[in-house]
Design a protein around this ligand. Structure first.
Ligand code: ATP
Length: 454
């Protein structure tokens, strides 16, 4: 049975069960029936169903119904079942995990009409449609910063020069690198990520450049290095600032000559791989400290991309949280349906020092651990100091408002200090002071422009 008020386009109620019922539903509700599970699946696949009515009779199997409800978990399910069944383990679990409400036979049509109307009303409040399948190299977000990145990526991808991506840990540098590769003419070739900080110093040269047989004890045969495996594609050198000095020279040679030597080898090997490097430390400062070769820095820093930290693009927080909810929805506890408004508020207010990676971890944990139907701040581990019972001190509120205003204005101004300062009605010096105070750009390199245009 499907019920749909004509005013709600694309929202249907599907009734599953071989049953003729006269519920006296309003004439403007569109009513359909699915007599079998296969029929129900067909209808659920071809219509956007908001509410499902499960009409359970003797002989029905809890497991197969549970599988249907779990598969179509965005539907609000109402069950009607024999009186003693809600006390039985499999049915109790089905009701608790998958249903909004339940009734027992014999049916009270007036009460069921009320429940259905309520469920439809609640379904109409759902503010996010299931997202389309997730593309591994797509940056989610609506903020000006992400939109700018999304515009820059295809341009950078079309060129062949090296790319240098700056951003804090977990902010999305590797994803941006994947997006560059996916948009580039090399997209059919390999994308080889290497974390320069994670490979032990003793191994890094042979890992990157490969070795010839007998080059060192244990080198029993020739082995290609990671750079060679990126032939025809892109190599992503994460934490490039951690690359030991002597290897920086080898990398520079590769960038200049497009050839490498394996460890212990005398023959130069041509490799056609585009280098995309990333760093969370300020490489310009590393050059000044003598920790990074200046010539390599200029070779790499041809096309620069900046991935701002999450706290500077708060508009992205909820879309990202929803995105990860959908992405990991197969892992969630069955009854969990989404975020409570208090959880959304806590997400908006947290500072996210671990950036997108921290958001993913908190959302995944909450989806598994939440006890109720909606995720609460404590499920995300964000309840401390955010209890609405505990008001924030006025100073905290002012500081937060100031930081948000500065971050928002910089974003609107495309990170142009002069324009942002003018919008905020403060001098450029004051704006620099505010940036330092709120940690909004301290160690970044070249993240803000100071002229009238970007
Ligand atoms: N805008 C985004 N949309 C969707 N997923 C994102 C976005 N930004 C980051 N992510 C996801 O967040 C996680 C962390 O991102 P990523 O690994 O790219 O960060 P990173 O800056 O390279 O981190 P690190 O410097 O620690 O290696 C990844 O799972 C990535 O897919």
């Amino acid at each position: 049975m499907v019920v749909r008020p004509t005013s709600m386009t694309n929202n249907a109620i599907l009734g599953v069960g071989a049953l003729q019922l006269s519920l006296g539903l309003p004439p403007d509700w569109d009513v359909r029936r699915a007599a079998t599970l296969a029929d129900a699946r067909r209808q659920l696949n071809s219509h956007q169903v908001a509410v499902g009515l499960l009409l359970v009779r003797e002989g029905d199997d809890a497991d197969s119904l549970q599988a249907l409800l779990a598969e179509y978990w965005t539907v609000r399910w109402i069950a009607v079942l024999p009186p003693a069944w809600p006390a039985r383990a499999p049915w109790r679990q089905l009701l608790r995990d998958h249903c909004d409400d339940y009734h027992t036979w014999p049916l009270d049509p007036a009460r069921l009409r009320h429940t259905l109307g309520h469920a439809l009303g609640m379904a109409a409040l759902r503010d996010h449609a299931p997202t389309p399948p997730i593309d591994a190299a797509t940056l989610t977000g609506h903020s000006a910063a992400i939109q700018r990145l999304q515009r820059q990526i295809p341009k950078v991808a079309a060129a062949s020069a090296p790319v240098l991506i700056w951003g804090e840990s977990g902010s999305g540098k590797e994803l941006a690198a994947q997006a560059v590769h996916a948009h580039s003419p090399r997209r059919k070739g390999p994308f080889v990520p290497i974390n320069c900080g994670a490979i032990p110093a003793a191994l890094i040269q042979s890992e990157l450049f490969g070795h010839e047989r007998g080059a060192f004890t244990g080198a029993a045969r020739d082995r290609r290095g990671l750079i060679e495996t990126a032939q025809g594609g892109s190599i992503f050198l994460d934490e490039i600032g951690d690359l030991p000095m002597e290897l920086q020279a080898n990398l520079l040679r590769f960038l200049q000559e497009k050839t490498i030597y394996r460890v212990g080898g005398t023959r130069s090997i041509a490799v056609d791989a585009r280098v995309i490097a990333a760093s969370h430390v300020n490489l310009a400062q590393a050059v000044q400290r003598g920790a990074f070769r200046e010539d390599l820095y200029y070779r790499l820093n041809v096309l620069a991309l900046d991935v701002p930290p999450l706290r500077e693009r708060r508009e992205d927080l909820l879309p990202l949280a929803e995105h990860f909810f959908d992405a990991f929805c197969h892992e969630r506890a069955p009854r969990v349906r989404g975020f409570s408004s208090r959880a959304a508020q806590a997400i908006r207010e947290h500072d996210w020092p671990g950036n997108v990676r921290e958001l993913i971890n908190r959302v995944r944990r909450a989806m598994v651990m939440a006890e109720g139907r909606l995720i609460l701040p404590q499920d995300l581990g964000l309840d401390a100091a955010r209890d609405p019972q505990v008001p924030l001190a006025l100073d905290d509120v002012r500081t937060r408002a100031e930081r948000d205003a500065v971050a928002a204005s910089l974003q609107r101004a495309g990170r142009n200090i002069t324009i942002a300062a003018r919008d905020l009605g403060v001098s450029r010096m004051t704006l620099y002071r505010l940036l330092a105070k709120h940690g909004l750009g301290g160690q970044s390199h070249g993240r803000y422009t100071d002229g009238q245009s970007e």
